[in-house]
Design a protein around this ligand. Structure first.
Ligand code: LMR
Length: 389
């Protein structure tokens, strides 16, 4: 039977990791998968994470099962970090998940249980979004989000498309640091989308995976919080991979906020049941780290200082890249205003492959670059390589 399986194409982002590793050329540049890198090219473990791990090693009393819903203290602290004032006192059911992808999948499964048929995704989006929701059984509808040649948000077209969504349809929004474009909605645009979602009775699912890397921890959640304050029901998928540098620990959560506290127990039990038939219980180590950090003022302050330094490093690289690339592409000035790790350059797949073959610059054929993959010392040389195309 196994012979009947057709081989699956590699995930284009994950395949880049192997291709980059196998390249022996000195000076190779990795602008592929979305992980933060420092000035030495390393993906460091946060100081606060190391300290929390040390404490856990010394004090954790057991490795017994945590239960399908995960640790309620972790869920409460992460919700507070994500939702802030807008989340306090709000009726919410949370589930600790294996990473942000696990949160999205459980969110998709819950939508199907609720009878939702369709989810609207902005174009372009993280390629795995469509795969995850399709696998959950949702139909994918799309709305225009970003125009690559002009590097601008297609807001009018987005609103026009979402005005055609049926009541009860789900809509995926990126909270900030949009993957793959770095382009985000302004406060007025969030307000307009919030009004539209509320008026049409749509179910928002907000994906927040890069909190702290855009304009700041609170700023990066501002749109999400505005929406939360205005709609009766909403899903929020949180990833701790980037914000706490816990990529391989698979740490995240899905939250369902509802207008009615009586609905919370059933929501909670449905989320737990979805976990149980999927992976039974979430991994604990990463969430124990996050909970330890968020529950200790000094550790939290140190984590905040470190992520702020990372954010400023990315912002400085953005400035240089925008100035350099706009010598040839006027629209590249937009890179400065974009946020987070990514920008989406107006490149053809052939250009990307040429850069890979001739210059050892690695990025997906979509033209997305991970700005956090650049060292200050190499930015100017990389700009010249882009300009030599
Ligand atoms: C990315 O977009 O590079 C990250 O979210 C990593 C992934 O899983 O694709």
């Amino acid at each position: 039977m196994f012979d009947a399986l057709a081989p699956q194409p590699d995930d284009p982002l994950l395949a880049l990791i192997g291709l980059y590793r196998a390249d022996a050329r000195p000076g190779k540049v990795d602008l592929g998968v979305g992980v933060y890198r420092d000035e030495t090219g390393a993906t460091p473990i946060f100081r606060a994470v190391k300290e929390a791990e040390r404490r856990l090693v010394e004090t954790q009393p057991t490795k017994a099962y945590v239960g399908p819903e995960g640790d309620p203290v972790f869920l409460e602290r992460l919700w507070d970090l994500t939702a802030g004032e807008a989340g306090r006192g709000r009726a919410v059911a949370g589930l600790q998940t294996p990473g942000g992808s696990g949160a999205l999948r459980i969110g998709g499964d819950l939508l199907v249980r609720l009878g939702v048929k369709r989810i609207w995704l902005g174009m372009p989006t993280w390629p795995n979004h469509a795969s995850i929701f399709q696998a959950a059984g949702l139909e994918i509808a799309t709305y225009p989000f970003f125009d690559i040649p002009s590097q601008s948000v297609l807001f009018e077209r987005m609103v026009e498309a979402l005005s055609g969504a049926a009541p009860g349809d789900a809509v995926l929004l990126h909270a900030s640091c949009h993957n793959p474009t770095g382009a985000n909605l302004s406060a007025e645009q969030w307000r307009a989308v919030t009004d539209l979602i509320a008026a049409r009775g749509l179910m928002p699912l907000v994906d927040i995976a890069y909190q702290g890397y855009g304009r700041g921890l609170d700023e990066d959640a501002a749109g999400l919080r505005m929406l939360l304050a205005a709609v009766p029901e909403m899903l929020v998928a949180v990833s701790c991979s980037k914000s706490f540098g816990l990529y391989r620990e698979r740490t995240g959560a899905i939250y369902a906020a509802c207008g009615n506290a009586d609905a919370v127990p059933a929501l909670r039990s449905n989320l737990a049941a979805l976990a149980r038939v999927n992976y039974s219980m979430p991994p604990d180590h990463g969430s124990a780290i996050v909970s330890t950090i968020l529950g200790d003022e000094a550790l939290k302050a140190d984590w905040m200082a470190e992520i702020e330094a990372m954010r400023l490093r990315i912002t400085a690289i953005r400035e240089r890249l925008a100035a350099g690339l706009s010598r040839r592409w006027q629209v590249a000035t937009a890179i400065r205003e974009q946020e987070g790790m990514f920008s989406l350059l107006p490149l053809e797949a052939a250009d990307v492959l040429k850069l890979r073959a001739e210059q050892a610059i690695y990025m997906p054929t979509s033209g997305r670059i991970n700005i956090a993959g650049l060292k200050t010392a190499e930015v100017d040389a990389v700009i010249e390589k882009f300009l030599s195309l």
